[in-house]
Unconditional design. Structure first.
Length: 121
């Protein structure tokens, strides 16, 4: 066992190589909690799920899906766009949103579909 100084305290490690290897990996997740906080919101999850079924939707249609206002829906869409989940384009006064990349949203879709299937059984 090796003793490592931890803020003036000593602690024992059974496998220092594993600790070092995993610490390096885990440290790369710093800042990622924001991503999961964004996904933890029901409305944003519904938006992503809806956009996995339709290539592109306008803000007013997404608001209709959520039974929400266009202002609140736009807020959620802006957050998703800031994190790189969505792209948007304007056509006159209408703003259309689509998914940036299908990989993570499709993973989310698969998880939601699995949960819906569990609920149905």
């Amino acid at each position: 066992m090796i003793h490592i100084t931890d803020y003036g305290n000593k602690r024992k490690l059974c496998y220092p190589e594993k600790v070092e290897y995993l610490k390096e990996k885990v440290d790369k997740t710093n800042g990622m909690s924001k991503l999961f906080k964004v996904l933890a919101d029901e409305n944003r999850l519904k938006i992503i799920y809806a956009l996995t079924h339709e290539k592109e939707l306008c803000v007013c249609d997404i608001a209709g899906i959520l039974d929400s206002t266009t202002q609140r829906t736009s807020y959620h869409l802006r957050l998703l766009a800031e994190l790189g989940f969505c792209n948007y384009r304007k056509e006159g006064k209408i703003v259309y949103y689509s998914l940036e990349d299908d990989n993570l949203p499709n993973s989310i879709k698969n998880l939601v579909d699995q949960e819906l299937e569990k609920k149905a059984n």
